[in-house]
Structures are given as C-alpha cells and as structure tokens.
Ligand binder design. Structure first.
Ligand SMILES: C[S@@+](CC[C@H](N)C(=O)[O-])C[C@H]1O[C@@H](n2cnc3c(N)ncnc32)[C@H](O)[C@@H]1O
Length: 341
C-alpha cells in the first residue's frame, strides 16, 4: 500500500485526542480533544512523569512528515499488508462476504470465522508497491526516532522480506525477529479443485507462527552511552532474572477483547503488553503505532503505564479505537507474562 491507496480521509478536520494514564491501574482519565480550545497539544510525557496517550485520525505518512525529529523512543505496529485490503472497495467486499483479497476461511469446527487477507494473490507489481510502501515508512520513521529506538513490526512469512529489505536499506539495524506462536488458518490446503486427486498433498505448510521484525535505529556510541542519553538502545527485561525472549505464545484475541474491538486485524493484549513492555528499556519515552487500527498497542501501553501515540487513517477504526482503548486497557491479561501489570 502507498499513502495514495490509504482510505480517503473525509473533508473535515481530523480529530486528535489525548489523555493521561493512571499509574498502577492503567485506567485512562482526563481524555481531551486536542482540537478544542482548552485541549492543548502535548509533547513528551506530562510534567510529573505520568504516562499519556494521543490518538490521531490522520494519515501516518503526513503525521510523520511533520513530527519533530528525535521525538519517539519506540515503534510497535501491525501495518496494512495486502496493499488494498483496507481500501473502501475491499472493506465493502469483506462486509458482503464477496471475496476480493479477504478470504473466508473454511469452517471446519462449526465456528464462523472472520475473513483473512489473502497474500498469495499479490502480483509482481503489487509486491513492488508493498516494498515501496515500507521504504517510505522506514525513511520517514528514521528521523523521528531517537538513536537506539526499537521498531517492532508485525509481518507474515510470505511478505516479510518486502519489509525487512527496505528497513535495512533505510539505515535500520536488524536485531532479530519475535516469533509469535499462533495457530493461523494460512496454508495447509490441498490443491484447489483437485483435492481428492492429490489428497496426500498440501500446497503450503499450515502456519503456526507470526513473525515480528525487530529493528533498531543505530545507537550513539555504546549501548550504555545511548541508554544514559536517550533512554533507548536495549530491551526491557521481563524481570531481573529473566530477559525478554523472542518466542511468545499468544493465541488470537477472543471473547471480550474481540467484542470491544471488532477490527479484522485485532492483536491480543496478551501479546501487545509483552511487546510494549520490552520496547522501552527503562520504561521511559513514547511508543508510536502509526497504524493503530482499534488501538490494541495504545491500550497495551496504557495498561503497562507507558506513554504512546496512535495514528489511524480510517475514520471508522479511529472511532472504534476511541471507545476500545480504555476498555482494552482495563482488561486483565489472560496469562501474558512480561509487561502485564
Ligand atoms: C493491520 S491493521 C492494524 C490493526 C491493529 N493491530 C489492531 O489490533 O486493531 C492496519 C491499520 O492501518 C490503517 N491504515 C492503512 N493505511 C494507513 C495510513 N496511511 N495511515 C494510517 N493508518 C493507515 C488501516 O485502516 C488499518 O486499520
């Protein structure tokens, strides 16, 4: 997806909202409209070190272009991948159950499942478009991040190279990958329309994991120097005895989480709270999610007492996030470890 294919923004002022996070409980309060006369614009954490959050209904690329240099300490994001899956046309097809890039997974256990984006339909030019989307993203993120800032970016095994290459080319360092163990419905099918002829064949492996690329803007000097100056450069440990690990078992969001935030790509709090906790090594600074959808990253940051900024171009999802963030933030985690306060 390029910025041009982002859902069109309506011709009325975009909305910008901010609030404070009550420490210890993660509850949100004092939510204000930044566009109102008394709203005011926040930059950096509130005076007493209290965590804050901002939600912006805006195009991520526009926002990044005008964001101050070296003002963000980490990025945790789940970007749009299908180039076109969030365009109005494709969202309508999804709503009508009439295909497009949204595939209705087989109902093998009697449960109705949500449509999934179909990445194997990407043509060569679409793949080039995807790579240029991530080139643009990486190039615009780099100046906005402080040295040593980490980027956690969700991807999938079919297109991850189209993300990783552009991030490396833009000047980020690859620091590994986080493997989220999750039973997906991708792959595992027999050849289409020849299922009985080739009943011993599967076209692609049934996928049981989701990769998250882990990148870092180069540090200034040693990690310890960067930590002192910028508060970034490393990852926060789960505890004094336990480092952050690169395998996280996190099944899809279900039940209450999904009812609160019915976004087609909702990420579970159990995963997001572990990622945001790791993203700020000293628990200081601001986490940006340029593609927040229903705000699961922002809710996770609030639950962990961390400051964050979420951007969303689609008005419907932005409104969804406004409601969902406080509710998701107050949910207990269902077994997540690091970061689940
Ligand atoms: C994969 S979804 C993220 C869902 C999120 N992980 C959640 O848990 O709700 C990507 C989101 O990016 C939004 N988006 C697409 N292009 C955008 C752009 N240029 N700027 C901001 N948001 C954009 C889409 O509307 C979509 O909601």
């Amino acid at each position: 997806m390029t910025g041009d294919t982002a859902p069109p923004l309506r011709q009325r002022p975009l909305r910008h909202v901010s609030g404070l996070v009550k420490e210890a409980t993660g509850a949100l309060f004092d939510v204000r409209d930044l566009d109102s006369p008394e709203g005011g614009r926040r930059s950096g954490p509130a005076g007493d070190g209290q965590a804050t959050f901002e939600l912006h209904w805006t195009d991520a690329f526009d926002w990044l272009e005008s964001a101050p240099a070296r003002s963000v300490e980490a990025v945790v994001t789940d970007p749009p991948y299908g180039l076109v899956e969030y365009t109005a046309h494709q969202l309508e097809k999804r709503a009508n159950g009439t295909g497009g890039v949204w595939r209705i997974p087989p109902s093998f256990d009697g449960c109705r499942r949500s449509p999934l984006p179909r990445f194997t339909v990407l043509t060569g030019p679409e793949q080039e478009q995807l790579a240029s989307f991530f080139t643009r993203l990486a190039e615009r993120l780099l100046p906005v991040l402080v040295p040593g800032a980490h980027v956690f970016i969700a991807t999938n095994p079919l297109v991850s190279h189209l993300v990783y290459g552009p991030f490396l080319a833009a000047g980020f360092e690859k620091r590994g990958e986080i493997i989220r163990l999750v039973q997906t419905l991708r792959g595992g099918d027999r050849p289409k329309n020849a299922e009985s002829e080739f009943d011993q064949v599967t076209v692609m492996p049934r996928s049981g994991w989701e990769p998250w690329g882990l990148f870092r803007k180069p540090c200034e000097g040693r990690v310890q120097d960067n930590l002192r100056r910028w508060r970034t450069g490393g990852l926060r440990r789960i505890s004094a005895a336990e480092p952050f690990r690169d395998v996280i078992d996190a099944p899809p969001a279900r039940g209450r989480e999904r009812t609160i935030a019915p976004h087609p790509s909702l990420k579970p709090q159990r995963l997001m709270r572990q990622l945001v906790h790791a993203a700020l090594p000293l628990g200081e600074g601001t986490i940006l999610d340029p593609f927040m959808g229903s705000g699961s990253t922002i809710a996770a940051a609030a639950a962990c007492g961390l400051s964050s900024i979420g951007l969303e171009a689609n008005e419907e999802y932005f409104e969804l996030a406004l409601n969902a963030v406080p509710l998701l933030a107050e949910l207990p985690t269902n077994g997540g470890t690091g970061g689940s306060r």
